[in-house]
Design a protein around this ligand. Sequence first.
Ligand code: RNT
Ligand code: ZN
Length: 454
Amino acid sequence: MQRAEAPARGASKVLPHIATEYEVVAMTLDGLLMNELAGHVRMSYPNARDRYAELGVDADAAIDLALETPLSVHCWQADDVIGLETHEEGTDAGGIQATGNYRGRARNGEEIRADFETAADLIPGTLRFNLHAMYAETDGAVVDRDELEPEHFAPWIDWCEQHEWGLDFNPTCFAHPKMRDGMTLSSTDKATRQFWIDHCIASRRIADAIAQRLGPGTCNIWIPDGRKDVTADRMGPRERLLEALDEVLAEDLDVIDTVESKLFGIGAEDYTVGSHEFYLAYAATRGCGLCFDMGHYHPTEKIADKISAAIQFVSPILLHCSRGVRWDSDHVTRFNDDLRAVCTEAVRSDRFDDILWATDFFDASINRIAAWVLGERAVRKSLLSALLEPHDLAVVAEYSGVGHAKLALDELRSELPFGTIWEELCERAGVPTGIAWLAEIRRYEEEVLSEREA
Ligand code: RNT
Ligand code: ZN
């Protein structure tokens, strides 16, 4: 690699001295990308747009729609799903776990907000924020989850309003001493069950209060309830969950309710109460939304194929874009075949307005803000790629029985000048192209995250 001087224009914000290989790389890339890619975009975008136009694809319209589509960014990437609560008793870690120990984990609401503002400047397009109930800010007071009120989320709501971000919400039915034998809404113990029902009702009211200020958002219910081995009673927990959910959703509120299934969890390998079939049927019969998490199925089972099936019966569909590596590992989303297939199916479905986009990953082994930037950019990029598909041609080929032409068209997608259209999208959104955003991550890590260790 050529070692460049520190650039004069769009100067690197990385440290002025060169101490490590990392910094050399950061400065080189920063200089090359920030100074040169902008010019490159301006030169070649019209050619790229024409290439897509030849295939009947409007690149400008694709960029517009990709940028306008709201993407809901999960708060829990900032702090390894720890939350901000004050507990009287010890917390049961049950339910969810992040791995890794990279420096600079956010330790309070202000740090999460500052971190997200840094990430948001590097992510193109319309954003929402996605909050879990465990991120209540109660000024040190112990407020249990069944007693949460909108006021405990006032800093979040004000902050989103200020940034013009919508706000989504989730009851937190895990990591709490009142889980009993790994069960929440489906517990046999009436008091336990009632506690979690009350928590979910409180959460819906908070989501409703958010809607009054910021417009409607989702309230997504996921519970970890399940059993480790040779489950004897599969019926009982599901009967109780059904009844509990009906009680939770009884109140008519300005909330987009969704339910999220899962195949298994750690300690719940044999049986998960809220399985896919359970929630698909629940959403279809109750008229609520359904959440598909990309990591919640058998490893070879892909959610891309489920969209056109479920959407015949259910709306909206909330997508938790995630990346499982061998299991539901919640790795940072990438521009890979799985994500592209999900986006492609969502675009092809012609029901784009019934599909809501969110992310769900937590990686504590890399810079957490970079994880956000990587994951959210990957979703937006995959969406753009899907919107640029010469789909009409493929449909014609399919119905004409020319299967080989359909294959050839799909191959062609990888040969088109997609990168140039993506760069144009980034330019229009005022965010760095390529990997130039690494420079800002580096600066923030040096100036802010490193201080958190003190
Ligand atoms: C867990 C689910 C759920 C959570 C969040 C924190 O497997 O995916 O969506 O990740 O609610
Ligand atoms: Zn999820």
